[in-house]
Write a protein that binds this ligand. Sequence first.
Ligand code: NAD
Length: 326
Amino acid sequence: EQQVVLITGCSSGIGLSLAVRLASEPSKNYKVYATMRDLAKKERLLASVKGLHADTLDVLQMDVTDERSVWDAREKIGERRVDILVCNAGVGLTGPLEALSQDTMRQTLEVNLLGTIRTIQAFLPGMKAQRSGRILVTGSIGGLQGLPFNEVYCASKFAVEGVCESLAILLQHFNIHISLIECGPVNTHFLSNQRAEPGESQVGQVDPLTCGLYATYLQHCNTIFQSAAQEAEDIVQVFLEAMRSPSPSLRYYTNSTLLPLTSLKLATHDGRQYIRAVNKLIFPTASAENLSRVGTSQIWVAPASLRSGFSGDKVRLPQPYTSPPP
Ligand code: NAD
């Protein structure tokens, strides 16, 4: 019997690649419900599977911030059950905290935190009743450790960790496994899709030292993405590992190079060493004096130039899966 998989956020990135990979398994082991907020964006998905997979793929509208839309999608599942739920939809948000608007912050928490909870709420009763199921959540290094200029994004992803860890204890009693796939930088449209604040109108609210540090942070971020970002296909492999494991663990790390900092955070309980290490990593040469000399006009071009590197052509489209991995 086919495993029924529902994935959120499939119009791009990790969700798109995972949907394509599962829907094009020659064994047709999976029936994939690839969901997305805006069905007008389904062409990339359909082009990637080359339209050949009517029996393994269905595309549904689902906006994780809209309860009605989540419930409507659930009603359209012909099998009346979901065996594997993938909560993947998410948005990024960077910028000095004082420049973030209430609306932008609320929207980030709505998608990343409440959207994940809402999706789980919709499918949990079914899984509990059938006494089986898997819930996979796209986690982030930003959910395990704080990162400057990512306060609200990290808050949303830390919160998701709390939800999953808490649920994992209870769900053992129902033979339901919940796993976080913890990602570092991944070469998707995530950066270009993310909200980078402040906008032009808010520039004046932020002091020059913060502006200088933000510019340094953006450069660091750019370097890390250029040198260390994984491809969505690499992340898909980790999802498959978690999906196929007879006893999945709560956390999977897609990139072992990220572990030392997380370990440092856990090993030294007062938090000082972690803060010192990340400061040194991201702001190696920052001195208050140097930074305050940077004019704001130089700084606000950075998000655009950062984004331009990740739009369109640089991001590879996922390929249908044709042969087993070596
Ligand atoms: P992406 O921007 O390509 O994909 C995110 C998807 O979520 C998009 O398809 C977007 O349309 C969708 N989405 C946004 N709001 C939604 C809503 N309200 N309802 C339904 N869908 C919505 O980027 P990605 O890298 O593939 O991101 C997927 C997940 O990976 C996110 O949860 C993100 O936080 C996480 N992540 C990404 C990175 C990275 O560097 N790319 C790193 C760590 C974690």
